[in-house]
Design a protein around this ligand. Structure first.
Ligand code: NAD
Ligand code: KPL
Length: 305
């Protein structure tokens, strides 16, 4: 039998992956927190994916974290701030040759996981796909996109990329995944916090051109100092392009704040500021942006870490 895909985190991205893998006839196991969630899931009868307005339910078998089944291939689809603890809870189930696929946005959580489970191969992903939950165990495929996967430690692509072809998950193996993650982080730092602070859609930042440009200049300094010059290439032009291309959208951070969800600030702007400090790089506007964002989150009673 082929190696099952264990999927940790039955949220937006976890469901998007689990349903497409299951639809292709691949073995998938959903891992939920506890017996109560397992009961709720079994009562729902499966995971529902809504695509082009059509809803389909897939009866993906589920289990709790303390299930005894060994795990060889684990897709980690939690938020960045939950990832390390969630993986630690499964460490004893991982086989000696286990592989983890980390779907988290930003940086910091990948290293935390790799340190927690040093025996496992950790593959990072950077995705432009978009999905959101519109009910328990139900996800809407909102934005078709692409996923880059890569391993900072080993350049060789894993054999299971064939499964992603079968599941029609658009992807490519990347030998510079860290550069891709830094580039996305920089884009998110230049756009997302400002949309929250100015209470606007991405397109609203066209009215804050100078503020965006100053942030891009500091982000370029940071990327160059931390050994990621390729991620700095034409950053400002790319930020301006994304602002235009996604003008009508609300950024993911804006949506988190509007829905009173915890943001991933520590793995985006927070990570950028932490790395700058480590390199003794003075980036006043980026630091000030973090101070303003943290104060704003506090004023709303939301966590700022
Ligand atoms: P989500 O909140 O929808 O899903 C996360 C799920 O993980 C939740 O169901 C939560 O209950 C579960 N979880 C957390 N800890 C757990 C544990 N210990 N055991 C079992 N389950 C646990 O989040 P999401 O939107 O799918 O985002 C996941 C990651 O993917 C984030 O880093 C996000 O930035 C990134 N991402 C998301 C999208 C998107 O469109 N949703 C796109 C690109 C990247
Ligand atoms: O990735 C994004 C997000 O909203 O998180 C974009 C659209 C690029 C804005 O930073």
């Amino acid at each position: 039998m082929s190696t099952p895909w264990h999927v940790l985190g039955a949220g937006s991205l976890g469901t998007l992956w689990a349903t497409r893998l299951a639809r292709a006839g691949l073995a998938v196991r959903l891992i939920v927190r506890d017996a109560e969630r397992l009961r709720s899931y079994n009562a729902a009868g499966g995971l529902t994916l809504v695509e082009h307005g059509e809803a389909n339910t897939y009866a993906v078998p589920a289990q709790t974290t303390d299930d005894p089944e060994p795990i060889r291939r684990l897709l980690v689809a939690c938020k960045a701030y939950d990832t390390e603890n969630a993986v630690a809870g499964l460490a004893s189930r991982l086989t000696a040759d286990a592989e983890l696929i980390l779907l988290q946005n930003g940086l910091g959580s990948q290293d935390a996981v790799a340190n927690r489970v040093p025996q496992a191969r950790c593959i990072s992903a950077s995705s432009t796909e978009g999905a959101f939950r519109d009910g328990d165990w139900r996800v809407v495929f909102a934005g078709h996109g692409y996923t880059w996967l890569g391993d900072v430690a080993h350049a060789v692509a894993p054999i299971w990329l064939d499964d992603l072809d079968a599941a029609k998950i658009p992807h490519a193996w990347s030998t510079d995944i860290l550069t891709r993650l830094w580039r996305k982080l920089a884009l998110n730092c230049a756009i997302n916090p400002l949309t929250v602070l100015h209470d606007c859609r991405n397109g609203g930042l066209q009215a804050h051109h100078c503020e965006v440009a100053i942030l891009c200049a500091e982000l370029i300094e940071l990327l160059q100092r931390c050994g990621q010059p390729a991620a700095a290439d034409n950053l400002q032009q790319e930020v301006e392009r994304v602002i235009l291309a996604t003008a009508a959208n609300y950024s993911s951070m804006y949506q988190d704040v509007a829905s009173r969800r915890r943001t991933e600030i520590s793995y985006l702007l927070g990570h950028a500021c932490k790395v700058a400090t480590r390199h003794q790089l003075h980036l006043p506007h980026l630091n000030q942006l973090q101070v303003r964002l943290v104060a704003h989150l506090h004023s709303l009673g939301l966590p700022s870490d």
